[in-house]
Design a protein around this ligand. Sequence first.
Ligand SMILES: *[C@@H]1O[C@H](CO)[C@@H](O)[C@H](O)[C@H]1NC(C)=O
Length: 357
Amino acid sequence: MALPATAALLLAACTMMITSATIAVAWSGFEGVPTMSFDEGFSPLFGEDNMEKSPDGRTVSITLNRYTGSGFISSSYYHHGLFSSSIKLPKDHTAGVVVAFYLSNGDVFEKTHDELDFEFLGNRYRHEWKMQTNVYGNGSTDRGREERYLMPFDPTAESHRFSILWSSSLIVFFVDGVPIREVPRSPAMGADFPSKPMALYVTIWDGSTWATDNGKYKVNYKRGPFTAVFSDLVIRGCRATAAIVADEERDSCAAAEMELLTAEYGVMTARKRMEMRRFRQRQMLYTVCYDTNRYPEAFPECDVNMAERQMYWQWGESKVVRPRVRPRPGRRGKRRPLITAAMAVPPPALVSLQQAD
Ligand SMILES: *[C@@H]1O[C@H](CO)[C@@H](O)[C@H](O)[C@H]1NC(C)=O
């Protein structure tokens, strides 16, 4: 595109203000990052019949139908990197459907794998999609680090950019350039911070057993097929020749690591942290950081804040952020008022969710 950078910025800023009133405009440096085509860096993973590429190879659709889901994987493993895609999720009734954009090396290290997840959890008709992030390192599967959020927009109306930054010192999850979760590496976190090369996985599958209200609502294939669309694929990282690496290879990745640490998107400024806090206050439904039932002592990366803690039940669910049910067409006047005050009693659904955990 030949637009001068400032014009492109302004244009994008306007679009963003229109589509997303709840998020402040954030410029985190994603605009100029080069995108890649499918053939430049990916291979089919499963359900290839349910995968469709645009003629230029820059948009990939994957579909879940009654026969199979589908997915693709980066052709290489990477030592750290920025991994990003614009994603549009399937519309209407999508209970039980899971779309995942994640890094893992679970195919190589069965017991000691690393993983960084964005998981999108479908919902019943007129109920919104939810989104989850998670972090595992060296097989820390008994120490789930889940967080769940409402999305600040309708992810089925148009595509939005989701990004995972993973450097030697920091992990950041971004939505449309806004950081929503930061996991700094600390000695206390030890090997729970992912350290071995990982591949990028992009999948759609049937998560009937858990995805929607803890498995209460299953995939209804009469409402399918379910298609998720990925474009603007980005991987900026150092390719590993194998998942198991020698130190020399790690050293040869110094330049790529430097790019990650110094790029605009890789630097967490005070302003970005403020936007992150705002996103979390408005959109976060659950965080392990305030789930003292499950983890009496918060993880070392948790930025525990006493004022913020009061906004959460002791099982980590937010007292103030509630799922919204979209108003029925033509009944806008009857929309329920937004709930802003803390609720006196937890809704039954949250309690049963907690018990199942
Ligand atoms: C990773 O986990 C394995 C198996 O539990 C353990 O033997 C190893 O010491 C761990 N690595 C680190 C760096 O802690």
